[in-house]
Design a protein around this ligand. Structure first.
Ligand SMILES: CCCCCCCCCCCCC/C=C/[C@@H](O)[C@H](COP(=O)(O)O)NC(=O)CCCCC
Ligand SMILES: Nc1ncnc2c1ncn2[C@@H]1O[C@H](COP(=O)(O)OP(=O)(O)O)[C@@H](O)[C@H]1O
Ligand SMILES: [Ca+2]
Length: 542
């Protein structure tokens, strides 16, 4: 329940031509018509009750601006004097707040209040602005923004200029913008330049572009802290800077997963309000070197090959994945590897446990990890050796237009684990059935005898490539036959970037980075138009 001393300002203001009681609490702002208790000049008498009111958390206020409105009375006076004069004094202000319009899409809603005089209006603007500036909300003031002009449908520059820049201006965010001129431009810039003035780094692009930011920032952070990140056992340092993505790529799985939709305005609003979510990161090693960091999908076999092929068809934009996906499916290839993994010790957490990771996820918040303990002293490693069509390590659910529920729907953003999905050698029709379920929203995509899933903390992948002949096997008629290997090497699809090294060691780092996002909201639980917070009036009525 809200304590009375959390009330910062309380006045009767005019909203939609009606007297409204407007109350600024330290955590939210409430307004509504009163059933009793206030007189026309803005004094109110206790007890009062709102008839019906709205409440917006301070965090969801994008900005407060003075509103130049010619008030009706002045209009009349000016008209009678025959002058066209706008009010000399600003007596109205506009609250720009987050509005949910369905399907996880956010928009800006303007709510205008008229005050009795300019002084009252200034007091309101100052009081709300000072809450917005409070450190507890962590709103970014200075951002470094990279735009990939060649990502997705090649509209990133237009998206930024038309939709994002005006919002950042409204919210008082200064953004240094760099339109990239080559692949790795952003990565190299982050590694080398002075970043002290920024609160966050964002990009307008896809997962590949985000991967540049992620790798640049993590390497820079370890370098600055004198951490030797080549050693898999090292406890890595969390970067100070937060990362953000405005979708402008092809799959946009990172932003789709963390904001619930790939919509540029929704992402910009998440960045402005400064809310962040911790995200797990995989470090990928080979012998004594670190190859890359990865947050979404690390895949070998089918998805590695699709990525390589899709680059030849970049002119098709996001559709290139459908085309390459279809081509690769037509030419079925089989791979073989030995995969060792350290499974999550808590058997309640599993890729098929049916859980969903929503904003404020209790599972992510409750899981404990003993970081820093040696993985290799652990004797609980298990091994899979065999043939497969597709191998994926999925560290966040990986929702996207191609898979709205996610490639691993019960994976979590920050549980400290990655899900291994092995689609073992099977017929093309069976593989298609599995993929169809990954795309559709209804059935369990892992409910096939040729699909194996594990939730793991670390894994080692060793491709088996040598041509040759397997041991002799008995066929169903008891005849001995030789099975000739037809094994191919694939490459890795690492957050949409190609990684050619075959054998790798991977470890998950629990909540290593912070993303400007809230994680998806459970829309069934959201009540948008009525007070959700326990303000005085509501609690009095309950
Ligand atoms: C017959 C129905 C077939 C449906 C296939 C559904 C498979 C969906 C898998 C989606 C994978 C999502 C994981 C994220 C991958 C991205 O990191 C990566 C790069 O993204 P971006 O830089 O934004 O372009 N995207 C892919 O690898 C796309 C794979 C698509 C394979 C068909
Ligand atoms: N100016 C540029 N020219 C060419 N490639 C670039 C440029 N800027 C970034 N890239 C690279 O483009 C790749 C794909 O970018 P991304 O934004 O993920 O688009 P998409 O989702 O369409 O693949 C990334 O690997 C990134 O390194
Ligand atoms: Ca995870």
């Amino acid at each position: 329940m809200e304590a009375a001393d959390n009330v910062l300002l309380k006045t009767v203001l005019i909203h939609n031509k009606k007297n409204c009681l407007v109350t600024l609490f330290s955590t939210h702002i409430c307004w509504g018509l009163m059933s009793c208790g206030a007189d026309a000049i803005g004094q109110y008498l206790e007890p009062f009750y709102y008839q019906r009111h709205e409440s917006v958390p301070i965090q969801e206020i994008i900005a407060i601006t003075p509103e130049k409105i010619q008030h009706a009375q002045e209009k009349k006076q000016n008209a009678s004097l025959g002058i066209e004069l706008i009010s000399l004094e600003t007596r109205s202000f506009c609250l720009h707040v987050v509005k949910r319009v369905g399907g996880h899409r956010w928009r800006v809603r303007k709510v205008i209040f008229d005050c009795p005089d300019g002084q009252a209006c200034g007091d309101w603007i100052d009081a709300v602005q000072s809450r917005l500036n409070s450190k507890e909300y962590g709103r970014p003031k200075h951002l470094l923004t990279f735009i990939n002009p060649f990502g997705g449908k090649r509209k990133a520059v237009k998206i930024y200029e038309e939709k994002i820049e005006p919002l950042f201006y409204l919210a008082g965010i200064a953004s240094e913008v760099i339109v990239t001129e080559r692949a790795n431009h952003a990565h190299d810039y982050i590694l080398e330049e002075d970043l002290r003035h920024y609160d966050g780094i964002i990009c307008v692009g896809g997962d590949g572009m985000f991967a540049e930011l992620l790798n640049g920032l993590l390497r820079r952070t370890q370098q600055d802290a004198g951490i030797h990140d080549a050693n898999q056992e090292t406890k890595l340092v969390n970067p100070r800077l937060k990362l953000g993505v405005i979708p402008g790529g092809s799959t946009d799985a990172v932003v789709y997963t963390t904001c619930g939709i790939n919509d540029p305005v929704t992402s910009a609003l998440h960045i402005i309000i400064g809310e962040t979510v911790g995200v797990d990161v995989c470090s990928i090693h080979q012998e004594n070197q670190i190859l890359r960091y990865c947050v979404s999908m690390l895949a070998y076999g089918y998805f590695g090959d699709v990525l390589i092929d899709s680059e030849k068809h970049r002119w098709m934009g996001p559709k290139r994945y459908d085309w390459s996906g279809f081509k690769r499916w037509c030419k079925k290839f089989v791979y073989e590897a030995e995969i060792s993994y350290l499974e999550c010790p808590d058997t309640r957490h599993h890729p098929r446990d049916g859980s969903r990771c929503f904003a404020g996820c209790e599972i992510c918040n409750s899981i404990q990890h003993s970081e820093g303990e040696s993985l290799y002293s652990d004797d609980k490693w298990q091994t899979f050796q065999g043939r497969f069509i597709s191998f994926q390590s999925i560290t966040m659910p990986c929702r996207c237009d191609l898979s709205p529920n996610g490639v691993s729907p019960s994976q979590h953003l920050s549980n400290g684990y990655t899900d291994l999905i092995i689609a073992k050698e099977c017929s093309q029709v069976d593989f298609l059935r599995h993929m169809w379920r990954v795309k559709s929203k209804t059935t369990d995509q892992f409910d096939f005898d040729f699909v194996e899933v594990h939730r793991v903390k670390a894994f080692k992948f060793r491709p088996i490539l040598e041509d040759g002949e397997d041991e002799e096997n008995d066929d169903s008629n008891g005849r001995q036959r030789l099975r000739t290997r037809q094994l191919r090497a694939s490459s890795w699809n690492c957050d949409g970037e190609v990684l050619t090294e075959g054998f790798i060691d991977v470890k998950v780092h629990h909540q290593l980075i912070k993303l400007f996002a809230r994680n998806i909201e459970d829309e069934r639980q959201l009540k948008t138009d009525f007070c959700e917070t326990s303000c005085y009036s509501c609690s009095a009525r309950r």
